[in-house]
Design a protein around this ligand. Structure first.
Ligand code: SF4
Length: 122
């Protein structure tokens, strides 16, 4: 595992997935790009999936099963996810829609959405 802080690495992985657009990217291709072991890569993919930022789709590639990592929301450009609080949230493992910690009740997320909305409005 590189010495990079894990949350920074998660952000980097997410941005690379976003950069591939709606089709996403094969996880093996991504791990190669980032020089990650499949064990470390899979752990990061699972975290992004739990944060509901990506989905993993099982695909057959050259006769072997693997996963394609697909962004659930594709922003116009990756800079628009800059500062998304979920990318560095320590509550992510307990956050779920309808739960006691949830996106609907999350103030940092609400602030981030409003700030970005204001920026977009100019
Ligand atoms: S608590 Fe808020 S910032 Fe954290 S993962 Fe949930 S929605 Fe995102």
């Amino acid at each position: 595992m590189p010495s990079e802080n894990e949350e920074d690495l998660i952000s980097r992985v997410y941005k690379l997935i976003l950069g591939k657009g709606e089709r996403g990217i094969l996880q093996s291709e991504l791990w190669k790009k980032l020089n990650l072991t499949s064990r470390d890569g899979s752990r990061i993919a699972t975290k992004l999936e739990r944060r509901r930022l990506i989905m993993r789709e099982k695909v057959l590639q050259n006769g072997r099963w693997t996963y394609r990592l697909i962004p659930l929301v594709v922003p116009v450009d990756t800079s628009s996810v800059e500062g998304l609080p979920c990318l560095k949230c320590s509550y992510e493992s307990r956050c779920e829609p309808g739960g006691s910690i949830s996106p609907e009740k999350c103030q940092p997320l609400e602030r981030w959405v409003l700030e970005n909305y204001r920026k977009a409005e100019g």
